[in-house]
Design a protein around this ligand. Structure first.
Ligand code: SF4
Ligand code: SF4
Length: 110
């Protein structure tokens, strides 16, 4: 099931990612971890359990459910990677939400 979400994200997000090969394959250097990949099950949960038209509500949930558990964020809520626009999860979050919602809708309509 998670695989279905991951496939959708690869097709909608990874193909546009500056760290990808434009075909959905990741080319991020092995010493860096993609937050989207690393926290994927939590990201899916955040999107599935947030019901709002306001992107800021999703961002708040992401910070609470994912970023607080990420090694990159400091205890006072700052993230250097995010500030440098180097976190693909943060950079493409609206696209990620769209891809996950689309699969969710398909599941619910079956
Ligand atoms: S860095 Fe993350 S979002 Fe970008 S291509 Fe790799 S897995 Fe996908
Ligand atoms: S924005 Fe920062 S704290 Fe949040 S997932 Fe990305 S790297 Fe981790």
């Amino acid at each position: 099931m998670l695989e279905q979400y991951w496939n959708a994200v690869q097709q909608k997000v990874c193909v546009r990612c500056i760290d990808g090969d434009r075909h959905g394959n990741c080319r991020l250097s092995p010493q860096f971890q993609c937050g989207l990949k690393e926290h994927f099950s939590k990201v899916v949960h955040v999107v599935q359990t947030t019901h709002s038209d306001n992107i800021l509500d999703y961002v708040t949930a992401l910070r609470r459910e994912v970023c607080t558990h990420c090694n990159e964020q400091t205890s006072d809520g700052r993230c250097y990677v995010r500030n440098m626009l180097d976190c693909p999860l943060d950079r493409y979050f609206p696209l990620i939400i769209g891809a996950i919602k689309e699969i969710r809708q398909m599941e619910l309509s079956h």
